[in-house]
Write a protein that binds this ligand. Structure first.
Ligand code: ZN
Length: 199
């Protein structure tokens, strides 16, 4: 129906989350209509982000070098680590301005049913960081979902075995149950962080 390059663009766009066939078609025609500058700007932005952004070697947050900005910031408290599922959760917590420690991004949550086991997440790497003996508290800020809670319990147990003097805390309630941190507003998330409790 379409010239092959147009069809290819529609196919690629329809792979994006939340984009169905009709939306992909509308976006493709939009791209065909805009200036070369805007269209190539979009293509270049995609290329640049894939070439330049990787994972921080310490915390696995997104980084444009070996270490992310937070790990490179000497003013951040190295004794306090906040564990999150995804890099987008780091952004959500940073927006609250309530947290001055460091992060550790797991890359997901435990979900045996979906084949996500401890070795699929950056859990060993977290334990390595804790073995340095510098950390006094780990805030487990996984999502308040079944998988997020299971991950929190798994980590609490693992951390206790490594060093029982490390305090393990969990975000306080106030977050909508079953929702992702990404969608929480700053105030709700800030209060939840301020009122975290031991697990
Ligand atoms: Zn980092």
């Amino acid at each position: 129906m379409y010239a092959p390059p147009v069809q290819r663009l529609i196919t690629e766009l329809s792979k994006l989350p939340g984009v169905g066939g009709r939306t992909a078609q509308r976006l493709a025609f939009h791209i065909l209509r805009v200036s070369d500058e805007d269209a190539f700007g979009l293509a270049e932005a995609i290329r640049e982000v894939k070439q330049r952004i990787g994972l921080c070697e310490v915390c696995f947050n997104l980084a444009d070098g070996p270490r992310c900005r937070i790990c490179s910031d000497e003013r951040r408290d190295p004794e306090l680590i906040c564990v999150v599922e995804e890099p987008s959760d780091v952004i959500s917590i940073e927006r609250t301005h309530e947290f001055r420690g460091r992060y550790h991004v797991l890359g997901g949550a435990l979900s045996p049913i979906d084949g996500v086991d401890p070795e699929d997440l950056k859990i060993t790497e977290l334990y390595e960081r804790l073995r340095s003996g510098q950390v006094r508290e780990v805030v487990v800020a996984t999502n308040p979902t079944t998988t997020g809670e299971a991950t929190a319990l798994h980590l609490a147990e693992g951390i206790r075995q490594i060093d029982s003097s490390i305090t393990v805390t969990r975000l306080a309630s106030g977050l909508p149950v079953g929702a992702d941190l990404e969608y929480a507003d700053e105030l709700t998330l800030g209060r939840a962080l301020a009122g975290r409790r031991a697990v």
